[in-house]
Design a protein. Structure first.
Length: 80
């Protein structure tokens, strides 16, 4: 999973809803400092926290089995 794309989507959604970082912190129980670090790309964030933020921003995360595992050709290219 490309977390950069997912995190970028969360940031775009927050800004689109005109929510401040503090608002998201209050909605999720995650510190404002962590939300700020997320926005600037200076934090490793758990998937659980990503889910909490997505839920607070009324976003749905969908897992697709066909995109979760790399295809065999992608794997073989990684080990050449």
């Amino acid at each position: 999973m490309n977390t950069d794309i997912l995190i970028g989507t969360l940031i775009k959604r927050r800004k689109g809803l005109k929510l401040m970082q503090q608002n998201v912190a209050e909605l999720t129980g995650i510190s404002r400092r962590t939300i700020t670090s997320l926005d600037t790309g200076n934090v490793e964030i758990s998937f659980f926290r990503i889910i909490k933020i997505a839920f607070a921003l009324n976003l749905q995360i969908t897992f697709r089995s066909d995109s979760f595992w790399p295809v065999e050709s992608e794997l073989s290219n990684q080990f050449k």
